[in-house]
Design a protein around this ligand. Structure first.
Ligand code: FES
Length: 144
C-alpha cells in the first residue's frame, strides 16, 4: 500500500463502483476516485482531462503551456482505460510527434479526456519524472 497521498482508502482489488472513475498515476501509485461527472473543472487542459484531474487532486503533472496543446510536457502513457478516452485530435497527434519517449499508448495529459466511468492507469514517463524531481520548472514564457 502506498503512502504518497491522503486518498488511499480504496481497495484496489475490488473494481470501482459502476458510476465511479478510478485513476492511478504511476510511478507514484497515487490513486484517486470520484463519481463520474462530479469533478469541478480546474481550468487546466480540457475538462475531465488527466491534467484537470491531477490539478484537482494536487498531483504534479507538468503543463508548461497551461494545457492548450502547445507543448509536450504533459506527455503520459495510458496503461489502462484507453477505450474510455476521447480520440486524439489532429492537433494533439501533430504535437505528440515532437514528444520524447513517444509510444503507441502516448497521449497529452491535457487533451486525453475521460469520457466514461471506469478504471484508468496512466504513467508519467521516467524522463519527465526525472525532470520534475529537480523542481517544478518555469512555465513557458515566464523566463525573464
Ligand atoms: S500542457 Fe502543453 S500540451 Fe499539454
Amino acid at each position: 500500500m502506498s503512502n504518497n497521498g491522503t486518498d488511499h482508502q480504496f481497495d484496489l482489488t475490488i473494481p470501482a463502483a459502476e458510476n465511479m472513475v478510478r485513476i492511478t498515476f504511476e510511478p507514484e501509485g497515487r490513486t484517486v476516485e470520484f463519481a463520474f461527472g462530479t469533478l469541478p473543472y480546474d481550468h487546466h487542459g480540457l475538462p475531465m482531462s488527466f491534467l484537470d484531474v491531477a490539478e484537482n487532486y494536487g498531483i504534479f503533472l507538468d503543463h508548461a503551456c497551461g494545457g492548450v496543446c502547445a507543448c509536450t510536457t504533459c506527455h503520459i502513457h495510458i496503461e489502462q482505460g484507453e477505450a474510455g478516452l476521447n480520440e486524439a485530435s489532429e492537433e494533439e497527434l501533430d504535437r505528440m510527434e515532437k514528444a520524447p519517449g513517444l509510444q503507441l499508448n502516448s497521449r497529452l495529459g491535457c487533451q486525453a479526456v475521460i469520457t466514461r466511468p471506469g478504471t484508468y492507469i496512466v504513467a508519467i514517463p521516467s524522463w519527465n519524472k526525472n525532470y520534475v524531481s529537480e523542481g517544478k520548472p518555469l512555465a513557458m514564457g515566464e523566463a525573464k
